[in-house]
Design a protein around this ligand. Structure first.
Ligand SMILES: [Zn+2]
Length: 142
């Protein structure tokens, strides 16, 4: 995954990490910044000025979290990597979207070694009956 291709904003990082403000401030301190005591008022300017440091700190925190879980980058994830709280979202070009669990995929006969991203090319849409038009994403559990 190329460095330049990753475009996170801090809100997304907080979403991914499930951060509350206490933890968010720890990340800010880790970035060499002052704790964000009034986030609503200061966040925009603060992040604009210190985005790189904050993103790096959050990325480090995320990497640590990645190391502590089975979570993998989506391109490498297999069905077997999915826990009971993970949801695979399959969105067809027609707009039809389904949320599937690993258990549901197993029931449908998908082998655990299958890469999650491969599902998009293999699944047939229940709405438009077309195959291979779906985009796959994962909602990782917390
Ligand atoms: Zn469809």
């Amino acid at each position: 995954m190329g460095h330049a291709s990753i475009r996170f904003n801090v809100g997304e990082f907080r979403e991914i990490l499930g951060l509350d403000f206490a933890q968010f401030n720890i990340s800010l301190i880790a970035a060499g910044e002052n704790p964000d005591v009034d986030p609503e008022r200061h966040r925009t300017q603060h992040i604009a000025e210190h985005e790189i440091g904050i993103i790096n700190a959050l990325r480090n925190a995320l990497r640590e979290r990645l190391a502590n879980t089975k979570m993998r980058p989506l391109y490498a994830a297999r069905i077997s990597d999915l826990g009971p709280r993970e949801l695979v979202r399959v969105k067809c070009a027609c707009g039809h979207t389904e949320l599937l669990t690993a258990a549901m995929l197993a029931t449908a006969g998908v082998v655990p070694e299958r890469k999650v991203l491969d599902l998009g090319a293999r699944m047939r849409c229940r709405e438009c009956d077309e195959r291979g038009r779906a985009v796959v994403s994962v909602r990782w559990g917390r």
